[in-house]
Design a protein around this ligand. Structure first.
Ligand SMILES: [Zn+2]
Length: 467
């Protein structure tokens, strides 16, 4: 049993500036001891709370014949059925707008957010004030771990809309006591204005998507501004895309800005989404298990996989009172390890980041292909621009994998041809037979948000032949 759930935190607490930890005890304790004394008790309280307040879970667990009191350990916990995005969406359709998992009364909602809804109906989030405070606390703690301090100024270069990324970052920045510079993104001309403002205000920390940071750098160079010299970013942290965990992209961002590139982010549903978050040593995202409990499970058996093995991400809130997610099937693919990190934190890590989404992965000629593998190949070769596309077509019955990329501006024809061959060879050594098509610099569409780089045209072919 624990004294109090949900926990409440002292909102005035700030560690000493030179302390590398926000909470040394929790962050460095023996992993087994953490499981037994912190995670399991918090989990039991979260399960009891959900069973009592959420018709969604009560029905689901009753149907599975499970009661919260049956869960005495993390291995018992594997009996709890997964929750999928689709289930949440369907439940919200039946019980609009927040679904039968709200757990709080409507007048206790402090903030309304949602998914972008690019695929299907958006999901609505109604978040309580207490949860907002705990999100702020969690994010501040993780930001502290990658080196952010109260004297930093944080440029937030992402949409301020229903998108939880920007707001989650802002909450953490405020709790940590740093200066927020919530610039936003997505308005025509805003990137050019950002470049001017950044030179004046000299923010020290950047937040956005990896794609946007590279786009901003490209624009800056076009305006005669060197993002490494004329800007002052020492930390750039990211979510929303896997790029910051792709080694060659990480290196490119660090070289471009002369700052460290921090990968973070699980999913909007799991906010505090930063509980997948790197420390300043950038050895892969730590799973901050005492805030959100993360698991990697086998897609086939649904069982938790051993460390050093690949699996699909599943997450569980341990301190959410509004719309808690319990064994939420996030669908990202990663590998985890419990090997020590130079920072001294004893949380498991995802040393290769999240390198695929179960639904982003595509199969070409029977091979599993992750877009991040292609991204890594492109960024490992000098001379390529930052944007690329993956096009999958079907000629007769044969799948064709086409990679479109650009040389950096000013590259002559002979060098462009060399780049094309180099990339084809690099992909071939990864077992990918691809056709590389070089495009003129600047022709592939840029994005200020999450890039959509995979174009699968095989359905078109199937429809044509059916028709
Ligand atoms: Zn670490």
């Amino acid at each position: 049993m624990i004294e109090k759930w949900p926990p409440s935190y002292d909102a005035t607490y700030i560690p000493k500036n030179d302390d590398p930890f926000w909470n040394r005890k929790l962050e460095t304790m023996d992993p087994l001891e953490r499981e037994e004394t912190i995670i399991v008790p918090k989990l039991q309280a979260q399960l009891r709370y959900a069973y009592r307040n959420s018709p969604f879970y009560r029905n689901k667990w009753d149907a599975a014949g499970i009661r919260p009191e049956d869960i005495q350990s993390l291995s018992d916990f594997e009996k709890i059925p997964f929750v999928t995005k689709n289930e949440i969406r369907e439940d919200q359709l039946k019980h609009p707008p927040f679904g039968s998992n709200l757990c709080i009364s409507k007048d206790e909602i402090a903030s309304v957010h949602g998914t972008s809804g690019t695929t299907g109906k958006p999901t609505a989030f109604g978040i309580s004030q207490g949860d907002m405070e705990r999100i702020a606390e969690a994010h501040a703690r993780i930001m502290w771990g990658f080196g952010m301090r109260p004297d930093d100024t944080v440029f937030i270069g992402s949409f301020f809309s229903l998108y939880m990324g920007s707001w989650g970052a802002l909450l953490g920045v405020r709790r940590l006591g740093a200066a927020a510079f919530p610039f936003g993104a997505g308005v025509p001309g805003q990137t050019e204005r950002a470049i001017q403002w950044i030179q004046e205000i000299k923010p020290t920390v950047f937040y956005g998507t990896p794609s946007y940071s590279l786009y901003l750098a490209e624009k800056a160079r076009g305006m005669g501004v060197d993002p490494g010299k004329d800007f002052n970013f020492r930390i750039l942290f990211f979510s929303g895309e896997p790029g910051a965990g792709v080694p060659a992209t990480k290196k490119r961002i660090e070289e471009t800005y002369d700052g460290i590139c921090i990968d973070s982010g699980s999913t909007a549903e799991m906010t505090p989404w930063m509980t997948d978050g790197e420390c300043e040593h950038r050895k892969g995202m730590h799973l901050w298990q005492d805030i959100v409990y993360g698991e990697l499970v086998s897609a086939e058996t649904g069982r938790r996989v051993p460390y050093e093995t690949e699996g699909v991400t599943v997450y569980t809130h341990l301190e959410r009172t509004s719309q808690p997610m319990i064994r939420f099937w996030a669908g990202d693919i990663s590998m985890w390890t419990l090997e020590s990190c130079p920072c001294g934190r004893t949380y498991p890590r995802l040393p290769r980041g999240v390198y695929g989404r179960a639904d982003d992965m595509f199969v070409v000629r029977g091979e599993n292909v992750y877009p991040s593998a292609i991204e890594n190949a492109i960024r490992s070769i000098d001379g390529f621009g930052d944007e690329f596309r993956i096009v999958i077509t079907r000629e007769k019955t044969m799948d064709e994998l086409i990679v479109q990329a650009e040389p950096i501006p000013g590259t002559d024809n002979a060098s462009t041809l060399k780049l094309e061959k180099k990339l084809e060879t690099a992909l071939k050594t990864k077992g990918l037979r691809t056709l590389v098509q070089m495009q003129r610099p600047g022709t592939l569409e840029r994005t200020e948000f999450k890039a959509r780089r995979i174009i699968d045209q095989r359905d078109l072919y199937d429809e044509m032949t059916k028709g």
